[in-house]
Design a protein around this ligand. Structure first.
Ligand code: CP
Length: 305
């Protein structure tokens, strides 16, 4: 596998292989502790990150490899006007695999063209975030025990939320998946994704409020309203409180529903919800490290024991 830009770059068979390997790593991490000795991962982050960058770095270190990179555009030559294609072309002289996050949609594709080493999109603007999706799939499979026959509520900023876009694409390929799309009108899911769901015969309903929508879900996937994607602060302030999960709303959800969130959160899940057994978003973070270990091994061709 040469690059991962969109979840659809992986076949369902390849996804199965990565999830299976992640389960094996979770069971016996020591077995994988030297698999990447002598290999270097470059993390090129032109946009802020806590989980994605640090989980990739922790993943590579736990595989015995090493890490180079930068965590902001300001500390790279992008600040002098270098384009991403030139940056990654240079970095491939120093590393064996590249992970890149960038605020512009399409930047990952532009960067990956003509590269000789594996490349992973760690989020390109409001477009896609395929490794968060692998994290979500591993979380769902580990906690719910299946990836099919699921009713999934997606709540918050569905317009700019790249984690939502990638998760929908990935989940559409499993059997008997239903989506409930919960957002204010201004932040509804982009039309191209609604069209893809229709073309694939995947049922969905759109609603503006969590009340009433939450009752029969297997999974509630919360997202924050992303300030950095708005052109105007007044619009952000008007919309930021439109989808908040509180104890009263949660009281009508099923006892076996799980709450996921790619994080960071702002105010859409108050801290009081964290102690509810259905809140799985901090467990989800840990699954992210293991699935990225599996992805690195797979992309470097080191997945065989
Ligand atoms: N979920 C996620 O992408 O988090 P970060 O922005 O902290 O990487």
């Amino acid at each position: 596998m040469k690059y991962l830009i969109d979840p659809m770059d992986l076949t369902t068979q390849e996804v199965r292989g990565i999830l299976q390997l992640a389960h094996e790593i979770m069971e016996d991490p020591k077995k994988y502790a030297h698999k990447c000795e002598g290999k270097k991962l470059a993390t090129l982050f032109f946009e802020p990150s806590t989980r994605t960058r640090l989980s990739f770095e922790a993943a590579m270190l736990e595989l015995g490899g090493s890490v180079i990179g930068f965590s902001s555009a300001d500390s790279s030559s992008a600040a002098k006007g270098e384009n991403v294609a030139d940056t990654v072309r240079v970095v491939q002289c120093y590393a064996d695999i590249i992970v890149m996050r960038h605020p512009k949609e399409g930047s990952a594709k532009a960067a990956a063209m003509n590269l000789e080493i594996p490349f992973i999109n760690a989020g390109d603007g409001g477009h896609q975030h395929p490794t968060q999706t692998l994290t979500d799939l591993l979380s769902i499979e580990s906690i719910k025990g299946r990836l099919d026959h699921l009713s999934i509520g997606l709540c918050g900023d569905l317009m700019f939320g790249r984690t939502v876009h990638s998760l929908i694409r990935a989940m559409m390929r499993y059997q008997d998946i239903k989506f409930t799309l919960i957002s204010p009108e201004e932040l509804h899911l982009p039309n191209y994704l609604l069209k893809e769901m229709k073309q694939n015969g995947v049922p969905y309903v759109e609603t503006r409020q969590l009340e009433g929508a939450i009752d029969n879900l297997d999974i509630l996937y919360m997202t924050r309203v992303q300030k950095e994607r708005f052109f105007n602060e007044a619009d952000y302030l008007r919309l930021r409180d439109s989808c908040i999960l509180d104890s009263k709303k949660l009281s009508s959800a099923r006892p076996d529903m799980i709450i996921l969130h790619p994080l960071p959160r702002v105010n859409e899940i108050p801290n009081e919800i964290d102690k509810d057994p259905r809140a799985c978003y901090f467990k989800q973070v840990l699954y992210g490290k293991y699935v990225r270990m599996a992805l690195i091994l797979t992309m470097l061709g080191e997945s065989e024991c």
